[in-house]
Design a protein around this ligand. Structure first.
Ligand code: DGL
Length: 264
């Protein structure tokens, strides 16, 4: 179904290139149980992680505009790649709007590491970004950071098959260099990756601490949200919403939320 319905009441707008932002949405529901949430998966244009900075910024602005027109009074960029390449452009376009992004949690990973060697799993575009370099310079002094791009992984997760030989093979190829580097802490710097967290843990071994930062992002959003509204959830996709619907049902642990396709 394609929807072009009229603006709704104030809500919190959340977006990602696809299903990855569900890992943030789940935490937002925990932290803000009363908030009306409007989630947009840019499925037709995913993955972002292997696109140019200009492309990611342009799509993020289109989505921001769309969510604001649908009643969003705050944005959560539930995508590390879009935060790295577009959060500045979003803040410039809407300087008054509260905008919360997600960035690889270098700081908590440094704090958690005992041997001073940490690994970061993220998209190629996140790792290539200037914001990511700045994060490392700001928070990883005296610590060795092994940045591991995972090309193709978000795309594979987008198929909705969260286990299988191809996925395990790719995860093994991404984790092997980190194991060899002797890291004791690894952070998932892409919101898609917690959807396959058990496979990462198996590939890295039980002694490696595997961190994610989605809950901290929800806490940050909690600080900005005024707290009014009636709880509701709108899930939309710019592509086929079937996988989004299925993964949302398991991520949110309840009844299957309704999902629709939008063309923006
Ligand atoms: N989920 C996104 C992130 O956190 C990006 C995945 C992609 O589209 O490549 O970076």
């Amino acid at each position: 179904m394609t929807s072009t319905s009229s603006p709704t009441s104030p809500c919190l707008g959340v977006f990602d290139s696809g299903v990855g932002g569900l890992t943030v949405l789940r935490e937002l529901r925990e932290a803000l149980p009363g908030a009306p949430l409007h989630y947009l998966a840019d499925t037709a244009y995913a993955p972002y992680g292997e696109k140019s900075s200009d492309f990611i910024a342009a799509r993020s602005l289109v989505i921001g505009e769309y969510l604001l027109n649908r009643g969003a009074v705050m944005l959560v960029v539930a995508c590390n790649t879009a935060t790295a390449h577009a959060v500045n452009a979003l803040r410039e376009r809407w300087p008054e709007l509260p905008i919360v992004g997600i960035e690889p949690g270098i700081k908590p990973a440094v704090a958690a590491s005992r041997n001073g060697r940490i690994g970061v799993l993220a998209t190629p575009a996140t790792i290539a970004s200037a914001r990511y370099q700045t994060l490392i310079e700001a928070h990883a002094r005296g610590v060795q950071v092994f940045s591991q791009p995972c090309p193709g992984l978000a795309d594979l997760i987008e198929t909705g098959e969260l286990d299988g030989p191809a996925l395990r093979g790719l995860i093994e190829r991404c984790c092997a260099p980190l194991r060899e580097a002797g890291v004791d802490t690894v952070l998932m710097g892409c919101t898609h990756y917690p959807l396959v967290q058990p496979l990462f843990q198996q590939a890295l071994g039980p002694e490696v601490q595997l961190l994610k930062i989605e809950a901290a992002v929800a806490k940050q959003a909690q600080r900005y949200w005024a707290g009014d509204g009636t709880p509701s959830l709108i899930l939309e996709s710019t592509g086929d919403p079937t996988i989004l619907r299925r993964l949302a049902a398991s991520a949110m642990g309840g009844t299957t939320p309704s999902t629709r396709q939008v063309r923006i």
